[in-house]
Structure formats: structure tokens, C-alpha cells
Design a binder for this molecule. Structure first.
Ligand SMILES: Nc1ncnc2c1ncn2[C@@H]1O[C@H](COP(=O)(O)OP(=O)(O)OP(=O)(O)O)[C@@H](O)[C@H]1O
Length: 325
């Protein structure tokens, strides 16, 4: 039997992968292209080829080598969670601004908006109406005009539909957002749903973020919730990168006088008390709310607010670099 006849014995699925087939002294040397197959797939392919060729007349031995043509898939992005003990403290605003600031520093960063209850990233990053496509059963993130790709619960469910999902359901939906075609994205910021219940815990356990940032306003009540968030990350064994105080100090746009509607400095004091690093404070400013509503986070431009966010982004970047493996 010659090499052509041997190749003709192989089923189409194996023949399509043959790169070379050599026969010498009854020994067959077969090189197969094994791109896209996992270990079990490669073992199955090798066994099937050996079975068919080994049974041919005059063949005493079959050696199979595998090569992979396609480049290996890109490494998975590193994950940082942004959480808060309660809603409305500015978690989404912070996430978007950090992402845009990091992108402007040259980082390849994407955002996952896992806030099942009120996904707001499509508004803040201006991708409202964007629909992620699916390729090979995985979602392709929606590109924002700020250089930050995004996948949001808001892209998957109809806007305005409040979701009362329990942990596993929300966890599964979030899996689709995280395990997506992130391409060369190196860092994913996850905007977690507010709160410290089983939804959040399931997410942490499933995705094991490398670290977490906690946002709080300076009020005592918010701080108690922030402490709960810290406990949640501790129980999920997620290191806390630090605390951010949002909505601290309101500068009156008319007279410039600074007042403190929610108090001031409480988060820094709380951080000191618990040994968690304090990452900085963001003022309560109309500009911040307007920028978010307009789909242009402050860090996409300049100004005091942008600087406050960027200073925190720089601290986050150094933490990430320190933790690099
Ligand atoms: N520093 C700030 N100054 C002024 N407005 C702010 C500031 N931070 C957040 N906001 C506004 O407060 C509202 C709530 O903020 P955001 O949606 O970021 O909070 P959240 O913690 O993500 O809330 P949710 O519980 O809905 O997830 C938004 O309208 C936002 O624009």
C-alpha cells in the first residue's frame, strides 16, 4: 500500500488535517494539524488515525505528531471589581471614569457592567442602543468612542426592566459578559451590583477578581455599608485595593463656598481604622453628573474632576503593576 492509498483510508475529518504522511519500511509517520482541539480532542484524533492506518496491510507502526497553526488564544484579562455597600453612591461613575483614565494612560481596559438592577454604563460610556454580536457562542464587546470596550447587562436586557435575579442566574448572565471576546484587553473593570448579598458573592466566587475598589459617600450610614462590602470581599478572599470617597465637598457654582452635604473625610477615617488604603476623594459636582448623563465621562476631557479621578486611576495602575505575575 502506498502513501496515497493510506491517506485515502482516513475519514474526511482526519484527512482534512493531514499535513504530511510518510511511509518507510512499514512505518507511517503522520503529521496532523490540531488547531482548535483540546487535549481530549487531540487524543481522540490520534487514536482514530492510528486505528485506521495501523489496520492497513503492510503497516507495522504508526507515529502521529500534532502541530497547531493558529496562534493560541490571547490571555484572559485581569479582573478588578468595583463595589459598594449600597446603591447610588457613584460606583458606575467611578468605574467609567477610571476605565477612560486608564485607557488614556495607554492601558488596554474594558468594562463589564454587571449591575443587574440598574445597568448604567451604556449611558455613561455612550453605547446606548449598541447590541453586542455573538461569535462562536461568545459575545463581542461593544466599542465605545472612549477607547473602552463594554459589555453590559443593559445590552442584554431591555432598558428599564428591573431585574430581581438571584445569585446563580445573575452569575450565569455575568459569565457571558466576562467570558467574551475581549481580544487584546488586558484589564477588566467590573461594575458590580450594589449591595453585599448572594448575587455579589456568587460573582466574586465565580470570577475571582484580583482586587476590589470600594466606593462610599462620607455619611455614617454609607460607611457601615462600605464596611459590609469590605467583609464581602474578605469572605470572597478578594484583596481590597482601597476605598474611594465620592460626593465629598460641594463647591457652590455661584459663590464658590465649599459645603459638605454628606460630610467629609469619613471614608479616610474609616480606611485608617481598618487598615485599608484610602485611594482619594471625588467632589460632589454638577459637572460629574452632567458628564455621565452626556455619555462623556469627566476623564475623557480635562478639569478638576478629571484630575481627581485620574489620580485614583494612577494609584490603581500602580497596584496592578505591583501585583503583576
Ligand atoms: N461625585 C458626583 N457628583 C455629582 N453627581 C454624582 C457624583 N457621583 C455620582 N453622581 C451621580 O449620582 C447618580 C448615581 O451615581 P452612579 O450611578 O454612579 O451610582 P451607583 O453607585 O453606580 O448606583 P447604582 O446603585 O444605580 O449602581 C448618578 O446620577 C451620577 O451621575
Amino acid at each position: 500500500m502506498d502513501e496515497q492509498a493510506l491517506k485515502a483510508r482516513l475519514p474526511g475529518s482526519i484527512a482534512a488535517r493531514v499535513q504530511t504522511l510518510k511511509l518507510a519500511d512499514g512505518k507511517v509517520t503522520l503529521v496532523l494539524e490540531a488547531s482548535g482541539l483540546d487535549a481530549a480532542g487531540r487524543a481522540g484524533l490520534e487514536a482514530a488515525a492510528k486505528d485506521v492506518l495501523g489496520a492497513a496491510d503492510g503497516v507495522s507502526e504508526v507515529r502521529v505528531a500534532m502541530v497547531a497553526d493558529r496562534a493560541p488564544p490571547p490571555p484572559k484579562p485581569r479582573i478588578i471589581a468595583i463595589g459598594s455597600g449600597k446603591g447610588g453612591v457613584g460606583k458606575s461613575t467611578l468605574t467609567a471614569n477610571l476605565a477612560v483614565a486608564l485607557a488614556r494612560m495607554g492601558r488596554k481596559v474594558g468594562v463589564v457592567d454587571a449591575d443587574v438592577y440598574g445597568p448604567s454604563q451604556p449611558t455613561i460610556l455612550d453605547t446606548k442602543g449598541g447590541k453586542p454580536e455573538a461569535r462562536d457562542d461568545k459575545l463581542v464587546p461593544v466599542q465605545s468612542r472612549h477607547g473602552v470596550p463594554l459589555l453590559s447587562m443593559g445590552h442584554l436586557v431591555e432598558p428599564g426592566k428591573a431585574l430581581a435575579w438571584r445569585g446563580p442566574m445573575a452569575g450565569n448572565a455575568m459569565a457571558q459578559l466576562v467570558d467574551a471576546h475581549w481580544g487584546d484587553t488586558e484589564l477588566l473593570l467590573i461594575d458590580l451590583p450594589p449591595g453585599t448579598g448572594d448575587v455579589q458573592l456568587t460573582m466574586l466566587q465565580k470570577f475571582k477578581p484580583e482586587g476590589a475598589v470600594i466606593v462610599s459617600t462620607p455619611q455614617d450610614l454609607a460607611l457601615i455599608d462600605a464596611q459590609r462590602a469590605a467583609n464581602l470581599f474578605d469572605s470572597g478572599k478578594v484583596p481590597i485595593i482601597g476605598l474611594v470617597e465620592n460626593m465629598s465637598g460641594y463647591a457652590c457654582p455661584h459663590c464658590g463656598e465649599v459645603s459638605d452635604p454628606f460630610g467629609r473625610g469619613g471614608v479616610e477615617t474609616a480606611a485608617e481604622g481598618t487598615g485599608i488604603p484610602f485611594l482619594g476623594r471625588i467632589p460632589l459636582a454638577l459637572e460629574i453628573r452632567k458628564a455621565s448623563d452626556a455619555g462623556a465621562p469627566n476623564t475623557s476631557g480635562d478639569g478638576e474632576e478629571a484630575e481627581a479621578f485620574s489620580a485614583i486611576a494612577a494609584k490603581l495602575a500602580s497596584w496592578i503593576d505591583r501585583e503583576a505575575v
